[in-house]
Design a protein around this ligand. Structure first.
Ligand code: NAD
Length: 328
């Protein structure tokens, strides 16, 4: 079978080559993303596999893919709002995504940052850069004495709960869905209790109508002034201005952010630091705030899984089978 892959990252290439050798399928790797201009490159292939942030809503793309005899469109990513599912369905294309490729990747960065925060490492780094090797005033906490509150105990929230529980922390969580498999690791409660009781509040919900700005002035005031807030999920879950206010006033002790509401303007690219927005600069200036550029997912395990789950779906669908990742 001949498969075309768009927007291949350098880190994906060794896993693609290994999969190709193992399965005997031929994979062509492109640097470009799928668009009205590049769709023609899919002509002559049996399967197609994409990943990109740019939208492909033009129906002509799906019409052309169908005219080339393609039956599927595999998106090796979680979000699929860039895809026109209606046009895909009308043209007989089954679309798949990858809902969970390595929840541990994201969970582990969240825990890492939480550990850095409770050990005051941002303050130590700042002081030592100025020649101050004292530890006065920077007494740390130990994780096994703390309560961690998880908002959204799905794939990533559940994986986070398991790690925190293994480290000896008490874990409480709020989620409208009760998952019996998480009973050994956490106790379910409500949002108010999570905010009020947790020493570390870690959010892992999807961004949807009822979760936009779920962390706002009111919810930040409900947290302990000693609490740390971890957001490895979506920037839009947080009212950034309210978060900056709370941090500046000492209403919470610190934060770790892998996502920001306006991140698409500067994350995943090289930018002139002077042009960064004020909210980013305000957060970056605080030693009790850790920012990463939406890199929580970027581990070797996640990349291997993304490649293999996507390509296996291509083969399954091209051979007439069904995938549990199908979206239409
Ligand atoms: P998931 O669907 O497995 O879990 C989400 C959970 O949130 C579900 O259990 C759901 O019931 C719960 N939930 C929904 N609304 C809620 C509410 N109002 N209050 C409490 N819980 C609620 O999703 P996931 O795979 O665990 O992903 C979680 C988040 O992580 C998403 O926002 C996703 O976009 C983000 N994510 C970030 C990265 C990264 O690199 N930083 C990578 C992948 C995913």
């Amino acid at each position: 079978m001949k498969i075309i892959m768009y927007s291949v990252l350098p880190e994906e290439k060794p896993y693609i080559k290994a999969w190709s050798q193992k399965t005997g399928n031929e994979v062509t790797m492109l640097d470009v993303s799928l668009s009205t201009e590049t769709v023609v490159l899919a002509k002559g292939y049996d399967g197609i596999d994409i990943q990109q942030a740019t939208a492909i809503h033009e129906p002509v793309i799906y019409e052309k893919l169908a005219s080339y005899g393609l039956k599927q469109l595999t998106a090796r990513m979680v979000g699929f709002e860039i895809i026109n599912l209606e046009a895909a369905t009308q043209n007989g294309l089954t679309v798949t995504n990858i809902a969970a490729y390595s929840p541990r990747a994201i969970a582990e960065l969240g825990v890492t940052q939480a550990m850095r925060l409770i050990r005051q490492l941002g303050y130590f780094d700042q002081q030592m850069a100025q020649g101050n090797f004292l530890w006065n005033g920077l007494i740390s906490q130990e994780i096994h004495n703390l309560t961690v509150g998880i908002i959204g105990a799905g794939h990533i929230g559940g994986a986070s709960a398991q790690i925190y529980a293994a480290l000896g922390a008490k874990v409480i969580a709020v989620d409208p869905v009760y998952n019996v498999e998480l009973e050994p690791y956490l106790e379910y409660t409500d949002l108010k209790s999570v905010l009020a009781q947790a020493d570390i509040v870690s959010i892992h919900t999807p961004l949807q109508a009822d979760t936009i700005n779920i962390i706002n002035e009111k919810s930040l005031k409900q947290m302990k002034s000693s609490a740390y807030f971890i957001n490895m999920a979506r920037g839009g879950l947080v009212d950034t201005k309210a978060l900056i206010d709370a941090l500046q006033k000492g209403e919470i002790a610190g934060a770790a952010l892998d996502t920001l509401a306006d991140e698409t303007d500067y994350f995943e690219q090289q930018v002139d630091p002077a042009t960064l927005p004020q909210d980013y600069k305000a957060l970056q200036a605080m030693p009790n705030v850790m920012i990463t550029p939406h890199s929580a997912f970027f581990t070797n395990t996640a990349i291997k899984n993304i490649v293999e789950i996507g390509l296996n779906d291509v083969v399954t669908l091209v051979n007439g089978g069904k995938s549990h990742n199908a979206l239409n």
